[in-house]
Design a protein around this ligand. Structure first.
Ligand code: SF4
Length: 249
């Protein structure tokens, strides 16, 4: 959008507790550069030009929850879709929120060019939630439609800017759960330990399937959700390597 005071917003959630610390106001932006086979928000992919919010509108709405943020150490999270496709808007909004001392977080797939806007945004974003869809680039391509080079570059940029990061990994049987993959991921992430505050393990679920059908899309993933025991084993593997792990089961 040429006007950076307006953005294509899919929806907002006012009492979010999973996209960052405390109680959060979560803004789901429209559009995404990836097409993950397990996506549970495919309704954010297509641009709905009528769903627009202005910065002022959002800011005023957010300010109503300021006391809740303070009481719970919460704040505002931008998510999607891929929020950083509308980085200019977010930069302006976050600048205003930081003036009010509100915690800011960005949940991103990392498939984003680290340009001057993004670099400036780093200064106004307290926390990044970065999804690693797959560490192996051909597998990333198969799973999301794009390879992972940009994503790993984004992680590198987070390190260079010393940004606090939660790494999110969807645990998808046959794709991201075998021991060798987890060991590979742990070893890769060791180089980023100084910025990684948490590893968030997200067990794959099929709840998004229905949305795909409603949108007339074909859900091609045949993998079944993982068994609980295997999830705890993976959690332990990370913990043994000194990572703080969040596992929602
Ligand atoms: S990055 Fe997120 S919103 Fe985009 S396709 Fe993947 S799961 Fe869906």
């Amino acid at each position: 959008m040429d006007n950076d005071k307006k953005a294509y917003i899919h929806s907002v959630e006012t009492g979010g507790t999973v996209d960052g610390p405390g109680i959060r106001y979560v803004i789901f932006f429209q559009m995404c550069p990836l097409r993950c086979k397990f996506c549970h928000n495919p309704d954010t992919w297509q641009l709905q030009p009528d769903k627009i919010k202005t910065e002022e509108e959002l800011f005023n709405e957010i300010m109503k929850y300021k006391d809740f943020f303070a009481l719970s150490n919460g704040g505002v999270t931008v998510s999607g879709g891929e929020p950083l496709l509308q980085a200019k808007f977010i930069l302006n909004l976050f600048k205003k929120l930081k003036k009010e001392n509100i915690h800011t977080a960005a949940d991103t797939c990392g498939y984003i060019e680290v340009d001057e806007i993004i670099k400036e945004l780093f200064a106004y974003t307290d926390l990044f939630l970065l999804d690693i869809k797959h560490l192996d680039s051909p597998k990333h391509l198969e799973l999301t439609g794009k390879d992972n080079k940009k994503v790993l570059k984004f992680l590198q940029a987070l390190k260079e800017h010393n940004k606090k990061t939660w790494i999110r990994q969807v645990l998808l049987p046959e794709w991201t759960m075998d021991e060798s993959y987890i060991n590979h991921l742990i070893n890769y992430l060791k180089d980023y330990k100084n910025i990684i505050e948490k590893i968030e393990l997200l067990p794959y679920h099929e709840m998004g399937k229905e949305k795909w059908t409603k949108l007339g899309l074909k859900y091609t993933l045949t993998t079944k959700p993982p068994k609980k025991e295997a999830l705890f084993d993976i959690k332990t593997m990370f913990e043994k390597n000194g990572f703080d792990v969040l596992l929602s089961v």
